[in-house]
Ligand binder design. Structure first.
Ligand SMILES: [Zn+2]
Length: 477
């Protein structure tokens, strides 16, 4: 499988450290608010990647952190701790906010068919590990204490910038995002590992440490949680592209300084979801959440399809018009599967199965091209093979795509059957349907007078007929 690797800036053949096994780490949410659908795009694409690894036969262990402490706010709202901000907004404690929004995040994930990672670790559950790694970095001379805080010394590394061409003068944003300019840093890019002198006087969550009572910075948590559960060599690390710098850059710096060798082989970054007015955020424009889409009548799986229809390394523009196109595509697929379910199933056609499956795999083997994988679904629907083969393929592909098209079609079929059964047991409906059949027979026999008579009799019963190319339908007043 070829995967684009942000660290090498090319598509590399994916080869895990241990044959047949994949260790995978994902930066989890900062649980101070609902996730917006732009955040969830990353989790959808990472879910497809994980599922494709499993589909390809790998034994995957995936770990995700939950940031419930230590994340400073971004540029747009400089200077606050995100968790404190949430707690103030809702007049709750930080832990209440963390619990509420962690649950909300996983509820959204469930609606989007995103599998929960094997290990989910809140930052607050791993404080001892953070302290151990920070002590190690101090011992090795990669960290220093200044003004009561512990900083990572980026000047001690041969190469700090990994993913792109950030230069010292481009760092203003990075400095503001990761570390407050507090005058204690020796180098502009240095970042805080642990705060004891906080500018946030009301910081609720604090722990004892060898350097005083304090709390960890954001970056250290991912390194430590990854090493705790996945060891010192990681196969693949995932996240949104805006985490590449400074967050992932800092993760690499501190992890490799601590363990003394290469840490992670592949970096998988999902690009932004934009609106027509720019990058999606919680603070500008409509706050787009899964619940908002549902309240407007959209099935969350339509949003999943919308994401799958484009490549993870391209920015994607969200608009309701674009989402409506995904609705049309999704419903079309369901309708076609519904008619497959009603047909004579036939024998399994192994040759056709293998050929169509190979196309699907080729798409995903080529840097997770989900848009072509969705095309492979259409190829199945159009293929000249038996319904049994097609349904087996769709079930097989859905282990990766998670669109549940066959499930949705089966639900519709059940609903149709139930409606037919109810109609069959209702004498009034049976009578109407008999009369409609008699009218059709009269029309066929060109006995228009009788046909009109029947229509009138139905009108008298409060039944309105609608003739369509698919036959006569009716409404009862
Ligand atoms: Zn992270």
């Amino acid at each position: 499988m070829l995967l684009y690797n942000s660290a090498t800036r090319r598509r590399d053949e994916f080869v895990p450290n241990e044959a047949g096994k994949v260790s995978m780490y994902t930066c989890g949410p900062t649980v101070y608010h609902y996730a917006h659908i732009g955040n969830l795009r990353s989790y959808i694409m990472e879910d497809v990647l994980e599922k494709y690894f499993r589909y390809a036969g790998y034994d995957v262990t995936r770990v995700m952190n939950i940031t419930d402490v230590g994340h400073l706010s971004s540029d747009a709202d400089t200077g606050e701790d995100k968790m404190l901000k949430g707690a103030k907004r809702e007049k709750k404690t930080v832990m209440e906010i963390a619990k509420y929004y962690t649950d909300a995040f996983f509820a959204d994930c469930a609606k989007l068919n995103i599998k929960t990672p094997d290990v989910v670790a809140p930052a607050t559950s791993c404080i001892d590990e953070f302290i151990k790694v920070i002590e190690g970095l101090l011992d090795k001379g990669y960290a220093y204490e200044a003004g009561g805080n512990i900083y990572f010394d980026t000047s001690k590394l041969k190469q700090y910038y990994i993913f792109n061409d950030f230069k010292e003068e481009d760092l203003e944003v990075g400095v503001r995002e990761g570390v407050e300019e507090d005058g204690n840093q020796r180098n502009k890019a240095d970042f805080v590992l642990l705060f004891t002198k906080s500018k946030f006087d009301d910081q609720e969550l604090k722990w004892d440490s060898p350097w005083g009572i304090g709390y960890p910075g954001w970056h250290i948590e991912c390194s430590c949680i990854s090493m705790k559960y996945l060891g010192e060599s990681l196969d693949i690390h995932c996240g949104g592209i805006d985490n590449a710098f400074p967050h992932h850059t800092n993760e690499i710096a501190q992890s490799e300084a601590y363990i003394g060798h290469k840490w992670c082989n592949y970096w998988f970054h999902v690009h932004h979801l934009n609106t027509s007015s720019g990058k999606m955020s919680k603070s500008s424009g409509e706050f787009l959440t899964v619940s908002l889409l549902e309240s407007k009548g959209y099935d969350p799986l339509v949003y999943r399809l919308f994401c799958l229809q484009s490549h993870y390394r391209k920015s994607l523009v969200f608009s309701y018009e674009n989402l409506d196109n995904a609705v049309i595509a999704y419903n079309k697929m369901i309708t076609r599967v519904l008619s497959l379910l009603k047909e004579e199933q036939g024998e399994m056609d192994t040759a056709a199965f293998d050929e169509l499956k190979a196309k699907f795999c080729a798409a995903l083997d080529n840097d997770l091209n989900t848009s072509l994988a969705v095309t492979a679904v259409y190829d199945v629907l159009k293929a000249k093979t038996t319904p049994a083969t097609k349904l087996a393929l769709l079930d097989d592909f859905d282990r990766v795509l998670g669109l549940d098209i066959v499930g949705a079609a089966k639900k519709q079929l059940d609903a149709e059957k139930k409606a037919a059964e109810e109609a069959a047991s209702d004498p009034f409906i049976r009578e109407i349907e008999d009369m409609i059949a008699q009218r059709a027979a009269a029309k066929k026999a060109k006995d228009y007078a009788l046909a009109d008579q029947i229509r009138q009799a139905l009108t008298d019963k409060g039944v309105t007929l609608i003739d369509t190319p698919q036959g006569t339908k009716y409404t009862v007043n």
